[in-house]
Ligand binder design. Structure first.
Ligand SMILES: [Fe+2]
Length: 142
């Protein structure tokens, strides 16, 4: 698979991706269950844990917004060059899978496509407990 303008290709095999990670000192697994209670949140960030990163990651929502917890929206922010940042706020349902970019996404401008850097985070949980399963395909540096 070729990724937009970065001249990188990735194997279709997870094992080969992990072998590439090991060659770059990235040996720590990154899959995790996240629990946020009252006041819990996650500041805007990218899950880039070394030189090697897969361009997509996903999160599975394990319980129900507005029933099991309030607040805790999934927030994506796109940082457009020479412009204000734009937020996208999502409230997926229990069982939904959200697939999103690890680093940037393509955007079409007047002179073709360009990269828009994306960060993600979680807004503050006001009550209850929010559970998700995060799957990042690349490993992290030890
Ligand atoms: Fe993250």
């Amino acid at each position: 698979m070729t990724v937009l303008n970065i001249n990188k290709t990735f194997s279709e095999s997870l094992e080969e991706l992990h072998e590439l990670c090991r060659e770059h000192g990235q040996t720590k697994p990154t899959v995790l269950v996240l629990k946020y209670g009252h006041g819990g949140h996650n500041t805007l960030h990218q899950d880039l844990y070394g030189e090697i990163f897969f361009p997509m990651q996903l999160v599975i929502f394990l319980n129900e917004a507005d029933e099991d917890y309030h607040g805790g929206e999934f927030v994506l922010v796109q940082q457009i060059p020479r412009a204000q940042s734009k937020a996208i706020v999502l409230k997926p349902k229990k069982g939904d899978i959200l697939l999103f970019t690890t680093n940037f996404r393509p955007a079409k401008g007047s002179r073709g496509y360009y990269r828009v850097k994306m960060k993600h985070g979680v807004s503050e949980v006001h009550s209850g407990e929010r559970y998700t399963l995060g799957i990042i395909f690349h490993d992290a540096q030890s």
